[in-house]
Write a protein that binds this ligand. Sequence first.
Ligand SMILES: [Zn+2]
Length: 202
Amino acid sequence: MSTPTTLLVDTELERDDAAAAATALYLKLAGDGTISPLPSAGLEPVFDVLDPRLIEETGITAIGLHASGHRWRLEGQAAEMIDGGRENGIFCRYDGSFTIRCPECLAPLSPGDEGSDALEEALSLWADASDSAFVACPNCAAWTPLTTWRSPEHDFAVGHFAISLHGVHLRAFTDPGNHAAMALRQRLGDLASDFTVVYSST
Ligand SMILES: [Zn+2]
């Protein structure tokens, strides 16, 4: 069974700052009663939403907080982020397929396309050395950071800090000028609504 999931991915934050950002948002959301302070069991723990209004108004039932190279551990009656785990900062559709566009010429590129070796190389570099994850566009030959390639269908992003909202595809997030969506993004720390939205499932 799969659950629709909406991701907000911070594509700008540096790897070294991601765990602190995830921890700060955890403390805020657990502190004000939005989420349970205790993570669910399992390989990819999430925090159940406790605020009935949020569930009713949005359909979000659980929230995951992700930082590259880190995972959550239960510590007493709370959770703490520690080194380790398999979070690699690559977010895409459940089946791994996606299309992104060159930021220079807007030509589309998907894994497996002719000339996509540069993309596959950048993806494998990303988790270890995000500053060197560049893609050479097979169409215009421009050499640009992987983080600047955007997905028109919202099925891909890379970033070291991400928030997953489980239970719904919040299409309002990609509807410009939607005030309720902007307010929710602010509540989740996306103050300028500039995190990249990815629709996935878990
Ligand atoms: Zn190009």
